[in-house]
Design a binder for this molecule. Structure first.
Ligand code: GAL
Length: 462
């Protein structure tokens, strides 16, 4: 039996835009997702948009009950900025009432809420001013953070500023998966930098006002592996590691931007505009704990004929498709549990062993109804195996001294996944979107409940 530390946090993660529904109800204003869906519904799988997400705004009491049934002791979700402050300034009492009721219910049942402020859901009024490209967004986010801490600080002890702050930069300004779907490396870097400063501003608010609890951030630390040890491949690996891992991890934990990243951006004429004093502010605003989202590694190799300076990240490193990889056939993603051990050791050795937890890990599967038994329970043995293999690696890292305090699954109840709609399912519970958003447990929810109750995994248990 592999025991986990006492008071280990077991839970799941979700976000406001992917679960609440009620996108324009009770005073909430539009986000980029609401507007983009109005403009281009055909971009969204089966034309299911943000308005129809899993109805948690209405069914939250039932959801918290299901969390208790599964013995979760913690849960992360996010607040919707556009719901709390529809115009960026005016407090929406209906939003306050909803989040207070939701978080209180969790506390009542012994489920610790970890609350995140931004999960890809830029309010439209701010997008019209340029979103994260405009430094005004830093002040606006700071104000939002301050209001959130004041309104919910008595109910929430662990806060995170952003979920995967690199993703809106990458997906919105390079790869066209998020609005505004432009392709411009320099603008992407500026968006990333201003997002970092918005994070800094929120941490400042938290510390200056001496809020109780802890503040952190959730990063997707996609480990980079190179095709070979050849110099050119290792150089590609280093560039990817600087861009994807150290870009946010170094400033938030170590209080400074990596010098190698600055050199890389400078060589490629990609340096962002900064302001005097930013450097000192970054140095002061280090976090209390880190959330790590991990799904799959990134394998890279040297680029054949790169543009110099780089026009795209693919001019710095090329993707490498490792023929021997284990794959999730239902999603096309590589399965590589050892990365969790490596991440744990890297945090221990290079990042001062800061307290951290796995804030997302999980397995998306399309057409899961294929695996439903006569009782209507999805037999998701693949998910059980996935979680077990990842937990074994995590356990090893903890045994070797990594300061990991929890494991959260993405996700609790199947949720809406941006342009992919409800195509890939991740939940411990199935949501039937054709039948009043009915929640139905999957086999993995029963398995996970046992793990939580034992605070341990038994190897080969499923
Ligand atoms: C993460 C993201 C989540 C969810 C997940 C599964 O990167 O934080 O919002 O979509 O991927 O695809």
């Amino acid at each position: 039996m592999k025991k986990f530390p006492k008071q280990f946090l077991w839970g799941a993660a979700a976000s406001a835009p992917q679960t609440e529904g009620a996108a324009l109800v009770d005073g909430k204003s539009a986000t980029t997702w609401d507007k983009w869906f109005d403009m281009h519904p055909e971009k969204f799988a089966n034309q299911i948009g943000p308005r129809d997400t899993s109805n948690t705004y209405v069914q939250y009491l039932e959801d918290v009950q299901l969390m208790e049934d599964m013995s979760l002791n913690s849960y992360r979700t996010s607040i919707s900025w556009a719901r709390l402050l529809p115009d960026g300034k005016t407090l929406n009492q209906k939003a306050v009432d909803f989040y207070r009721a939701y978080f209180s219910e969790m506390n009542k049942k012994g489920i610790k809420p970890i609350v995140n402020l931004f999960h890809f859901d830029m309010p439209w009024w701010l997008m019209e001013k340029g979103g994260w490209e405009n430094r005004e967004s830093i002040e606006a986010f700071g104000y939002y953070a301050k209001v959130a801490f004041e309104q919910f600080g008595d109910l929430v002890q662990q806060w995170t500023t952003f979920n995967e702050p690199i993703v809106p930069a990458e997906c919105g300004y390079l790869f066209e998966f998020h609005y505004p779907a432009v392709v411009d490396f320099k603008r992407a870097v500026q968006v990333g930098y201003n997002t970092l400063m918005a994070h800094v501003k929120a941490v400042e608010q938290f510390k200056e006002n001496k809020h109780k609890g802890q503040i952190g951030v959730v990063l997707n630390l996609t480990p980079v592996l190179s095709k070979s040890e050849r110099f050119e491949d290792m150089k590609a690996k280093e560039a990817a590691d600087e861009l994807y891992i150290k870009s946010f991890l170094d400033p938030v934990v170590l209080g400074r931007i990596s010098p190698k990243l600055i050199a890389l951006l400078k060589d490629n004429q990609l340096l962002p505009l900064t302001q005097e004093g930013d450097k000192e502010r970054i140095a002061q605003a280090t976090i209390d704990f880190l959330g790590v989202n991990y799904y799959q590694p990134k394998r890279v190799q040297a680029v054949e004929n790169p543009s110099i300076p780089a026009l795209m990240p693919s001019d710095l490193f090329a993707d490498y498709d490792w023929p021997d990889k284990k794959i999730n056939p239902y999603r096309g993603w590589e399965i590589y549990p050892k990365a969790l051990f490596d991440i744990g050791m890297r945090i221990k050795n290079d990042y001062g062993n800061i307290p951290w937890y796995v804030s997302e890990n999980g397995m998306g599967v399309a057409e899961e109804e294929r695996f439903m038994n006569e009782e209507g329970i999805i037999q998701d043995d693949y998910r059980i195996e996935f979680v077990q293999d990842h937990l074994l690696e995590l356990h090893k890292a903890i045994e070797q001294g990594s300061n990991c305090f929890g494991y959260h699954m993405w996700t609790f109840i199947d949720c809406w996944s941006w342009l992919n709609g409800y195509r890939n399912r991740y939940g411990f519970y199935r949501v039937d979107i054709e039948d009043g958003f009915k929640r139905i447990p999957k086999k993995s929810s029963f398995w996970m409940k046992e793990v939580i109750r034992n605070n341990a995994i038994l190897k080969g248990e499923n």
